[in-house]
Design a protein around this ligand. Structure first.
Ligand SMILES: [Zn+2]
Length: 781
């Protein structure tokens, strides 16, 4: 019950006023609602309970089902549209909080307002659907698995919604012109279909593809691209009543199904419209579910919503200039060469050439300047030993100061170790005060010469990874100050700080340490660092309120407040590997991996297209050794064999899958822009609209504004003529996105964004009053 109350506090502030005032339902008792569609975050989300199947026989076909057909014997609603205004908030009816994630996670990705109502087996009182005869409270209705429960005996699985409640929902749909989405439904005459059976046994694949996007063109989904249904229980169907049912997704032939079959239909039943999926949804692990959600989101909203869709692919490469100890062969080391890097310049152009219109992909690099000085130290030793000339000795002292910063091995702390403030031992020399190295010194390294060349440098984005990569969990303020300031001095000296894409306000913490060390965080802040990336494998570094928000440090949890931790994904391309055999071995030994390089890439494809299709903007972690190209072998991707570094193979695997299934642009952001958007982006992001505004900080800020959109309806013409945007107090510190399926008569001077084949988004700055847009072409209900 507690979790239910917490969950229901996710209602929108804007809609809570009338729910509280007008409804006698349990949902109405929530009064301290957060001003946004706050949800259960991935970090604390529970596993979806397993619902056992029961066997049934339909048309002599035996099937197992753990959902139900649409409830029959529901009173047919009157076909009248009386609405003049309808809030766009999406009402989601789910069995429990855990499974509701598959209903709201996509909406949360867009930041489209929604409200979840949990329907237990005993039933529930519906929230007030409308606040007057002409004012609707929900712009769409989503039902998961028919909120069915096994009532046993001859009843079997039945919806916990009564026929009368469904009649109420149906009448609301017709009165207010609202669409319904039913996820995970058993085919039946009520959707104009009949089941052909169920599918599939263990290990049996039946591909699903989108067969018709004409009713949701703004989704940007591609037709005919088969995606996996493995692990998703589904019911191949055939349409038996084409007067009410139109197929939009279909199953491919599979064992037991010799022809294609229908996977979902759009129904128009006497004017009442619903989209029905004969497949379960699991957006927490299935890339397919994350793809399909865009079909229903764009159909149900008609592509008209407050919210925004963007895919940011940010690949960060840590440890540049450092030498990495390689996992296998054990005892070997690897450092990237200019030849490896030069090939990545060429390759990035080929990636951008194949991406969808409006895309801009680039690699971001995290630098450790001490590695530049260490190479010179090594050269001096070799030089002096081989030639016995004093010039080398002379050079080292005069041009490279006291040489690189070196210290003994550090003792590992527990992962989330919180250092008592003021403790720890300085590892840096006491005389390490001002940055001592000259350009003559840094130029003795061919890698530095390559990076300092603007034509190379400006293809990549750049950020500091600290000077020496000292572990900062137990580090002192003295050491961390130098780790930041010396690397900043080095980045300036070698010209990287002048790169077209450089992030001066962020760092990648070394091995993501120091995040509970108040002295380290204070040293970061004192040296201009206000945002860092975290590690999504560590729950302590995730925002527990919303997975699309960054975590802001506090004195209690982190020893210092106000530093932004932007979430970052780890991959199975390990930091200490330069070739596939190494990373496959480490995957098997440390992460329960099974199989070869292609098995690993298949896991990466599913996992990371799921993240991207779920509209997560978290960067992905890579390391310098992963860019080894010179000694790499060929990797076959989609039938084409090409020599790739591991980073390249990973990116190619992910982006080729993305462009196979969607028409969307893919855009990289540099570190500070991902973390903490400051506009304009210096004009260096090569997109028509530089203000991409998908950054984590601005997302959290605008979610706090409680945006709500209302459709303005002409009941005579039965059209949506425009929308009205409101926020709490009609103010907001940042702009709010309104996305429309076509054009509006006036964008009122607000910034607009439309990239590639994407729909138009208007970024609205609220200034005390609601903002109304009139659609150039009204939308028929
Ligand atoms: Zn590192």
């Amino acid at each position: 019950m507690i979790s239910k109350v917490v969950f229901q506090s996710a209602v929108l502030a804007a809609s809570i006023s009338f729910i509280t005032a007008a409804s006698a339902s349990p949902q109405a008792k929530i009064s301290n609602a957060k001003p946004e569609a706050i949800v259960i975050p991935s970090a604390v989300r529970g596993p979806v309970p397993v619902v056992q199947t029961v066997s049934a026989e339909i048309n002599n076909v035996a099937v197992n089902s753990n959902t139900s057909a649409i409830t029959s014997n529901v009173t047919t609603p009157a076909a009248v549209v009386a609405a003049t205004t309808v809030k766009s908030t999406v009402l989601i009816l789910a069995r429990d909080t855990a499974s509701s994630y598959s209903g709201y996670s996509g909406l949360n990705g867009y930041a489209i307002p929604y409200q979840v109502v949990v329907v237990p087996q005993a039933g529930v009182t519906l929230p007030n659907l409308n606040s007057s005869a002409t004012s609707g409270n929900y712009g769409a209705i989503v039902i998961l698995s028919e909120v069915s429960y096994d009532y046993g005996g001859t009843l079997g699985f039945q919806s916990a919604l009564t026929s009368a409640q469904l009649a109420t929902l149906y009448q609301y749909q017709n009165t207010f012109g609202v669409r319904m989405v039913r996820l995970d439904v058993f085919p039946s005459a009520d959707s104009g279909t009949t089941a052909l059976g169920d599918c599939c046994g263990d290990g049996v694949e039946q591909l699903l593809s989108i067969s018709d996007t004409t009713k949701f063109p703004t989704s940007g989904l591609k037709t005919g691209a088969g995606v996996s249904t493995q692990g998703l229980y589904h019911y191949p169907a055939t349409i038996t009543n084409s007067s009410i049912a139109t197929e939009f997704i279909q199953f491919a032939p599979a064992a037991g199904f010799s022809t294609t079959s229908t996977a979902g239909v759009i129904n128009n039943i006497g004017g009442r419209q619903q989209m029905v999926f004969f497949i379960g949804f699991a957006t927490d692990w299935s890339a397919t579910s994350n793809l399909l959600q865009h079909a229903w989101i764009h159909w149900a909203t008609r592509g008209l919503y407050t919210g925004f869709r963007r895919v940011n692919l940010n690949t960060q490469v840590d440890d540049m200039f450092l030498e990495s100890d390689i996992y296998s062969p054990n005892g070997t080391t690897f450092q990237i060469t200019p030849a490896d890097l030069a090939q990545h310049v060429t390759w990035m152009a080929t990636v951008n050439a194949k991406l969808n219109a409006g895309s801009n992909y680039f690699v971001e690099v995290g630098h450790n300047g001490n590695g530049n000085i260490e190479v010179i130290d090594f050269d001096w030793i070799g030089y002096s030993k081989n030639t016995h000339v004093t010039l080398g000795f002379h050079c080292w002292h005069l041009e490279c100061g006291s040489g690189p910063i070196e210290y003994g091995d550090q003792i590992d702390t527990p992962l989330e170790f919180q250092k008592p403030l003021g403790t720890g031992t300085n590892l840096w020399p006491a005389n390490a005060l001002l940055y001592p190295y000259t350009t003559v010194c840094t130029n003795l390294d061919a890698l530095k010469i390559w990076w300092a060349t603007p034509a190379n440098r400006d293809v990549f984005a750049h950020v500091s990874h600290t000077f020496t990569h000292e572990d900062e969990n137990n580090a002192t303020y003295y050491d961390v100050t130098r780790e930041i300031s010396w690397n900043a001095a080095w980045l300036s000296q070698v010209g990287i700080a002048s790169a077209s894409k450089f992030s001066p306000k962020g760092i990648i913490p070394p091995a993501i340490t120091g995040l509970h060390n108040g002295d380290a965080l204070r040293a970061w802040k004192d040296n201009g660092i206000v945002n860092v990336v975290g590690d999504n494998t560590r729950p302590a570094l995730l925002n527990t309120q919303n997975e699309h928000w960054p975590l802001i440090t506090t004195v209690t949890a982190n020893g210092y407040d106000g530093i932004q931790i932007t979430p970052r994904w780890a991959t199975n391309i390990y930091y200490n590997c330069n070739l596939p055999d190494c990373t496959v071995l480490e995957w098997i030994n440390t992460s329960a991996g099974k199989g070869d390089w292609y098995a690993l890439l298949a896991v990466e494809k599913n996992t990371n297209t799921r993240h991207l299709l779920g509209l997560h903007h978290d960067p992905f972690m890579f390391h310098q050794a992963n860019l080894n190209y010179q000694t790499a072998s060929e990797t076959v991707i989609n039938g084409v064999s090409t020599k790739y570094s591991m980073l390249q193979a990973w990116v190619e695997t992910v982006v080729q899958e993305m462009i196979r299934v969607v028409n969307w642009p893919i855009i990289s952001l540099k570190h500070d822009d991902v973390s903490n958007l400051r506009l304009p982006l210096h004009g260096h992001i090569l997109t028509p609209r530089p203000q991409i505004a998908t950054a984590f900080a601005s997302r959290m800020a605008r979610d706090a504004c409680g945006a709500s959109l209302a459709f303005n309806v002409d009941p005579t013409a039965q059209t949506i003529t425009g929308v009205t945007l409101t926020t709490t107090g009609n103010t907001c510190s940042t702009t709010i996105p309104v996305t429309v399926p076509g054009a509006v008569t006036s964008t009122q001077g607000f910034r607009t964004e439309q990239i590639g084949s994407d729909p138009l988004t208007i970024w609205v700055q609220m200034s005390g009053l609601p903002v109304t847009f009139t659609l150039s072409t009204p939308i028929s209900l």
